[in-house]
Design a protein around this ligand. Sequence first.
Ligand SMILES: Cc1ncc(COP(=O)(O)O)c(C=O)c1O
Length: 400
Amino acid sequence: MTLPLAARTSSIGESPTLKVSARAKALARDGVDVVNFGAGEPDFDTPGAVCDAGIDAIRKGRTRYTPVTGIPELKQAVADKLRRDNGLEYDPSMIVVSCGAKHSLFNVIMSLVDPGDEVVIPSPYWVSYPAMVQYAGGTPVFVESSGASGFRIAPDALRAAISPRTKAVILNSPSNPTGAVYSADEMAAFAGVISHAGIWCLSDEIYEKLLYDGNSHVSIASLPGMMDLAVTVNGHSKAFAMTGWRIGYIASTSSSLVKAVGNLQSQSTSNPATPCQYAALAALSDPAMPDTVERMRSAFERRRNRIVELLNAVPGVKCPLPGGAFYVMPDVSSHYGRTVAGVQVADSMSFAGALLDKAHVAVVPGVAFGDDSCVRLSYACSIEQIEKGVAAMAAFLQES
Ligand SMILES: Cc1ncc(COP(=O)(O)O)c(C=O)c1O
């Protein structure tokens, strides 16, 4: 007998990025030599000082519940970071630490979005934004962009997507999946549109430390009229190679939003894991950390340069140069309609499936991010893996 589930469960499926990663890992466990461009996490180890702080916390017995929204020292360190790096003045009471930025975003979206509300999301988008909005009963409204515009939307297109039912806009610069970075001028134009409309802006800044070509990061909350409308979202996963520690946070001047998010957390997960909070504190306060982060950033920049160069040399592949994060989003649609290695390639899903099965290269189909002409590759892997994987992809595409 199958008993019914809640109707809302039908609006949510497994994250396609985690699914590809899991499939690639399963193949690797079976002894297949897979090049995995699917993963959305740095391949670097968590810095030693951070690990030591986590171990030290466990040894000192810091293994009990903490205040739901995080230990005061960590919230103070986050407030200091936001002032130092982003020019934002948040009191620690305006900060909620959660179990990863994904959890932070979920809490905020659940606290802001009612059934019938619209949330504007630039496309291609990170897969979990529309999934969370739909889970809350809201409707995602996409603003399309393409590789030709560097996957950046125009402020006028944002304005045109806003309706009387719009509750929020989600911005993510640098972006997953495209690596697109908005300039200070573009951010100022978005701020003008958003403040004129008087709607919330969720600013997901998780890739802020991974910027190339001298790009700099602009937190939209720092722009005129935005401090009370922006909810700044960030976390430790990408900047500090701390994906498994699950630490993210929000900052907002809205005491009612901060309270709602805290209440939701208090009735669901309680505090983020206690030793991880102490490790997160070390990541923000260790004086050697900026150099460590810079070493990882510059390694990513070298990998980005190599992967873009190699991909653009593959016949029928067009890859824009992204300004940040660790993803590229090449257009592979010129291969659709072909039979490659005996497999019909019709779209990004069949392209990615055939590439994994026949060439043992894992990429994520662009359709998962709202752009079926592309696939997403993460270059959070060594240059050797990049060279090997793109060579295997090129050889695969030469087959008929
Ligand atoms: C755009 C974006 N936001 C948020 C997250 C969530 O990161 P975490 O929950 O590990 O902090 C990710 C992770 O892939 C991401 O790519």
